[in-house]
Design a protein around this ligand. Structure first.
Ligand SMILES: N#Cc1c(N)ncnc1-c1cnn(Cc2cccc(F)c2)c1
Length: 300
């Protein structure tokens, strides 16, 4: 968990439960004013994080764009796996950027799949020739496409600590062999199928993180699906193996923060400065462009 729930903006009739870097979780209150235990309100803010900092600047409509994109992906996978969505009928304060979801026992595993090698997966590969115990061929490098989409899970570390990569055997120890097999298969299928759709629209999804809950012995897809906050989005036309790829959605932010103009030293530990209006506007446009490219719908 991250910062205290008190950081979450108040929503009438809802009790704040948890405030993440860019999202907040609430429990709707029942007729007695007690928090309901069967549902949660999952709210996406316009906050943006970069270099492990939540920036002071917000990106207008980011929460709405990513919520609508995630809902579109949930629909794409609705025949593949049940999901936690209950309703998009939410308080006016968070219209379009919140979802009422089934409250589920959540599996203690960050279910990550990778189609391209980058980030912590690349670092582990360079160190030991594998990722989360998954052996890979020699000669792979930054942004290499993987022979197949692989399951590379991590623990769910408390906020402020880093999730730790674990092997498939460790996932079996955590949740049992049957569930481990289901989450591994489902996670890789979501990324593989998501990439078929996204690649046809000029976007590569290098990797993604999904979360599952359980209802009885049934696996339920929860959290968010294939958003730029849970996944690495790259422009397919710019993909060059061997060099770090530009982030589809955060590159303007990263480039400005690391430019002389910002005056910020990312190794200083200081909070980043506020973003200029043109960087905010360009970043908003990349989120909208990603939504419209993938879904084929106009963002309203
Ligand atoms: N999804 C979901 C979910 C569910 N359907 N049932 C029970 N718990 C969760 C749950 C708990 N933590 N998170 C992460 C999270 C998501 C969104 C905003 C946040 F602040 C934090 C998800």
């Amino acid at each position: 968990m991250t910062t205290t729930p008190s950081d979450a903006p108040p929503i009438p009739g809802h009790a704040p439960i948890y405030s993440g870097k860019v999202r907040d979780l609430y429990a709707p209150l029942d007729a007695n004013g007690d928090p309901r235990e069967d549902v949660l309100l999952l709210v996406a803010s316009d906050r943006i994080s970069a270099y492990d900092h939540v920036l002071d600047s917000v990106i207008p409509d980011k929460g709405r764009v990513l919520t609508q994109l995630s809902l579109w992906w949930f629909e794409q996978f609705s025949s593949l796996v049940p999901n936690h969505i209950v309703s998009t009928d939410v308080p006016s304060e968070v219209e379009g950027r919140a979802v009422l979801v089934r409250r589920l026992p959540m599996l203690p595993v960050e279910c990550i799949a990778r189609a391209y090698l980058t980030g912590s997966g690349l670092a582990e590969y360079r160190e030991v020739g594998s990722v989360c115990g998954v052996a890979l061929p020699d000669g792979l490098t930054e942004a290499s496409p993987l022979p197949e989409t692989i399951f590379t899970p991590t623990t769910k570390a408390p906020m402020g600590q880093h999730d730790q990569p674990i092997t498939y055997a460790q996932v079996e120890d955590l949740i049992g062999a049957e569930l481990a097999s289901k989450v591994a298969e489902m996670t890789t299928s979501i990324l593989a199928h998501g990439n078929e759709i996204a690649a046809a629209r000029g976007i590569l999804v290098a990797d993604t993180k999904v979360e599952f809950g359980v209802a009885g012995d049934e696996l339920v897809l929860a959290d968010e699906v294939l958003t730029p906050d849970s996944s690495r989005f790259w422009r397919a036309e710019d993909h060059v193996v061997g060099v770090p790829q530009k982030s589809y959605d955060k590159q303007y932010v990263r480039d400005w923060l690391t430019s002389a103009e910002s005056g910020w030293d990312r190794t200083s530990g200081d909070a980043p400065p506020a973003l200029p209006a043109d960087v905010v506007a360009a970043t908003r446009e990349t989120y909208v462009a990603a939504y419209e490219a993938i879904t084929g719908d106009t963002f309203r």
